[in-house]
Write a protein that binds this ligand. Structure first.
Ligand SMILES: Cc1cc2nc3c(=O)[nH]c(=O)nc-3n(C[C@H](O)[C@H](O)[C@H](O)COP(=O)(O)OP(=O)(O)OC[C@H]3O[C@@H](n4cnc5c(N)ncnc54)[C@H](O)[C@@H]3O)c2cc1C
Length: 403
């Protein structure tokens, strides 16, 4: 995981593979397609999108992180290590924030079944914090042990949108049982997020996202049908269609982004700084304790005083448990000075823009989910960051804002 200022970033890293949490954005849009563009929509009232000040000199930070992807999906089983019961809760690919409440509720049920009331959580990212809070709600006294705390955890470097099937597993592993459990996790998380709307600092909010294309034909498809590599599972359309608002289309002339085709959908966005602060504050206010600790081998866990542990170490589980099924999927964000009047997201030419209030996000998401796959490198690529910003900036060049 790396965070640098633009000046520290290295230029010219080989431009690679797979994309980010925004595949999720595309997934959401894709799931709601209502057919091709219709010129008749040009008669619809004009859509005025406030102009975005996208410029490379406004980049404040470039961050790189690896998603903890497992072909078979997250690990949620229970293991005995010495005298300890270890409940696993890691390997959520590009969906960790999105599935956190549902996944952690499964882990908490497994932990509470032991009858113990003092429970340890290893890890303080999205999964560790939600595990800690749900344990407290179930009546447990909880200590979180972690090497790093927010904002220095991988979870803090996510795109910040609700994308529950982003690189969650490969298609072959999406058995009927898996789908049922995944849908339950996603719905539980979605409902919990509804209770976090409208709070001070906007930890969670809904935004409109526009998929933009120069071409009216099938502008929202990702990946090649003839790609021989195993496919990533796409589950939202099949299992959560009722949670996704219907897409709306805007033909050239009906909006302020020039001669382009727009498809609008609505999705949840997480302002991760405010949201993780809220989670930590709630956990501490409920009497939770946080201790900095690093574990180098599973046997180290046996030194803890608690007998039941939830393992929420994310990508760290690969080294700690020697779990090589955790594959790194690199993702880079270019962060930019926030613009409070911008409350919509964009996807254009394999680049996603998310209007986060804690720093706007620009991200090359690649043509398919293999973008960044098996790439553990965390050196920021300034060229990629500028490509992301300039691609989105191109939507406003030659277009009179509001004209
Ligand atoms: C570029 C990018 C964009 C993403 N966008 C989204 C998105 O928009 N929506 C979404 O839902 N998901 C997104 N994700 C995925 C999401 O960020 C991850 O799935 C999620 O952060 C995993 O959370 P975690 O709590 O499991 O792990 P982490 O955040 O990595 O937390 C792990 C914790 O365990 C601790 N730890 C690890 N090893 C040890 C050890 N040996 N000893 C002690 N402590 C240890 C760490 O210090 C940390 O506290 C994105 C990921 C990336 C990389």
């Amino acid at each position: 995981m790396t965070t640098v200022t633009p000046g520290e970033a290295r230029f010219g890293r080989r431009r690679l593979l797979a994309g980010a949490g925004a595949a999720l954005l595309v997934g959401a849009l894709d799931g709601c397609s209502v057919g091709g563009f219709d010129r008749r929509t040009a008669a619809a009232p004009r859509l005025q999108l406030a102009p975005l000040r996208a410029a490379t000199d406004r980049i404040t930070q470039i961050t790189v992180c690896t998603r903890p992807f497992r072909a078979q999906g997250p690990r949620l089983d229970v293991e005995r290590i010495g005298q300890k019961t270890v409940v696993h809760n890691y390997g959520h690919g590009g969906s960790g924030w999105s599935l956190s409440w549902g996944s952690s509720s499964i882990a908490v049920e497994n932990a509470m079944r032991s009858g113990e009331r003092d429970v340890a959580v290893i890890g303080c990212g999205a999964l560790g914090l939600t595990s800690g809070l749900l344990l407290q709600r179930a009546g447990a006294r909880v200590t979180i042990y972690a090497k790093d705390l927010p904002p220095n955890v991988r979870s803090s470097l996510a795109t910040g949108v609700w994308t529950p099937d982003s690189r969650i597993c490969l298609e072959d592993s999406a058995t009927p049982e898996f789908k049922q459990r995944w849908a339950a996790m996603a719905r539980r998380s979605f409902q919990t997020y509804q209770t976090l709307l409208g709070l001070p600092g906007n930890p969670v909010e809904f935004i409109d996202t526009y998929f933009v294309s120069d071409d009216p034909a099938s502008p929202h498809r990702r990946g090649q049908a003839d790609d021989p590599r195993p496919k990533f599972a796409g589950l939202q359309r099949e299992l959560l269609a009722d949670l996704i608002p219907r897409a709306e289309e805007f033909a050239p002339g009906s909006h302020s982004l020039g001669e382009r085709y727009l498809r609008r959908n609505t999705q949840m966005m997480f302002n991760i700084s405010a949201y993780s602060r809220l989670l930590v504050a709630d956990f501490l206010a409920n009497g939770g304790k946080i201790q900095i600790a690093e574990f180098h081998a599973p046997a180290d866990l046996t030194t803890l005083r608690e007998n039941v542990l939830i393992n929420a170490t994310g990508f760290g589980a690969r080294a700690l448990f020697g779990d090589e099924s955790v594959v790194p999927v690199r993702g880079q964000l270019a962060r930019m000075i926030p613009q409070p009047d911008i409350n919509y997201g964009l996807i254009y030419k394999d680049v996603a823009f998310v209007p986060r209030r804690d720093g706007m996000v620009f991200q090359v998401i690649g043509a398919d989910d293999y973008y960044g796959y098996d790439d553990p490198t965390t050196v920021p690529d300034r060229t990629e960051a500028e490509l992301a910003v300039n691609t989105i900036a191109g939507l406003y060049n030659g277009t009179q804002p509001g004209a």
